[in-house]
Design a protein around this ligand. Structure first.
Ligand code: GLA
Length: 379
């Protein structure tokens, strides 16, 4: 049990019992990719896989963090961005971001364990940040409402760690609810909890980790983001979110750069696909979201150019053996695919993808079915 792992590490490192255990999940984004930093729409749900933080008090201004995935504990006081590096930077970043937002952050001893696969596009870093943030807020009795927490965790990642990511991952980890998908407006941070009970429909989401090595993730992510922001400037809108589907052709005709045109087309059509998905889910037409998922993948592959061969093959194979829809989920350049399937088809789809990978000479994939789990909280 992952909770036992966190407890064991805490006891071993600190020789005492923690005050409590806090959990925060990784996420799967059902649809709405790279729309978050364009102030558009996303629709993630929380994975059952979580990061656990066992946390207890320490003297004011002192933090020590240890984990199952590192040999050494790391101690720090109040630091400035960049001072703590490596995995502990996510923790130091949360402390910094809370302090920078004006909160009196309690000193703490923290032991971490995680079952969110690292570097697979399932937001292991957001799960870590969110578990620590939630623990520190509770421990210190900090008056930080749920809806304001993701932006604090995001600053830890953007400013302290230095990754230019959007608000999707931390929002999912903190604000998702069990059995629901989180429809988030990334401009207003308003959310709607959309019922998402696949089992009731005899359906399942299969997550297929391509196990493809992540390549050029940071540089390519930043390049996509810049291209979108440049396009918004050229088009005279605050963000690409402000271009509607009906205005797309006109917007594209005003851009000279072919690559930029494709980036814009992905974002504008992806926002529309999120809205269409929400509408179908509201109407209880869950199978019918399949084509939207697949269209999202095609758009990421051809227009946003963030997929890799392993990911494309998993999508194609899943569709060939009967998935209603399939797409890459997360930032891209490797990572995971999700497929909407009949619940009794998980083995068939998994085997087909395994065989296709073997034939192509790719590292074997890992696949498992998921349900929408709860967001961050104390256990
Ligand atoms: C990564 C980022 C998110 C989001 C996705 C793409 O997961 O952390 O902010 O941009 O990529 O949708």
């Amino acid at each position: 049990m992952i909770t036992d792992d966190a407890l064991a590490v805490f006891r071993k490192e600190f020789g005492t019992e923690p005050t409590g255990l806090w959990a925060a999940p990784g996420r799967v984004n059902l649809i709405g990719e790279h729309t978050d930093y364009n102030e558009g729409f996303v629709l993630p749900f929380a994975l059952p896989q979580r990061t656990i933080a066992a946390v207890g008090p320490a003297p004011a201004g002192e933090w020590t963090v240890c984990s199952t995935f590192a040999d050494e504990a790391v101690s720090f006081g109040l630091t400035e961005p960049g001072e703590v590096t490596g995995w502990a930077a996510y923790v130091a970043g949360v402390v910094w971001a809370l302090h920078d937002a004006g909160y009196q952050v309690p000193g703490a001893r923290i032991a971490l364990a995680s079952e969110v696969p690292l570097g697979s596009g399932l937001s292991s870093s957001a799960a870590l940040e969110s578990s620590v943030l939630t623990a520190l807020v509770d421990l210190g009795g900090l008056d930080l409402p749920l809806e304001k927490r993701p932006a604090v965790a995001q600053r830890a990642e953007n400013v302290y760690v230095g990754a230019p990511t959007g608000i999707l991952d931390q929002s999912a980890s903190i604000r998702c609810q069990e059995g629901r998908a989180l429809f988030l407006d990334c401009r207003s941070y308003e959310v709607e909890q959309i019922p998402f009970d696949l089992a009731a429909e005899g359906l399942a989401i299969l997550v297929i980790n391509s196990n493809a090595p992540h390549q050029h993730v940071d540089g390519e992510y930043g390049a996509r983001r810049k291209s979108c922001e440049d396009a918004a400037r050229l088009l005279g809108v605050p963000a690409l979110r402000d271009i509607t589907g009906a205005e797309l052709d006109d917007a594209l005709s005003r851009l000279d750069d072919e690559v930029m045109r494709r980036r814009v087309r992905h974002i504008v059509t992806e926002d529309d696909r999120v809205l269409a998905t929400v509408k179908l889910l509201h109407a209880g037409q869950v199978r019918e979201i399949g084509p939207l998922l697949t269209a999202s993948h095609v758009s990421m592959r051809d227009d946003f150019e963030i997929t890799v061969a392993q990911v494309d093959l998993a999508v194609e194979t899943a569709l060939e053996v009967g998935a209603y829809g399939a797409r890459m989920t997360g930032g891209g350049f490797g990572g995971c695919v999700l497929a909407l399937i009949d619940a009794d088809k998980a083995d068939v789809v998994t085997t087909a993808v395994e065989e296709a990978y073997a034939k192509a000479g790719f590292t074997p994939p890992t696949a498992w079915t998921v349900t929408a789990g709860p967001g961050a909280g104390k256990l």
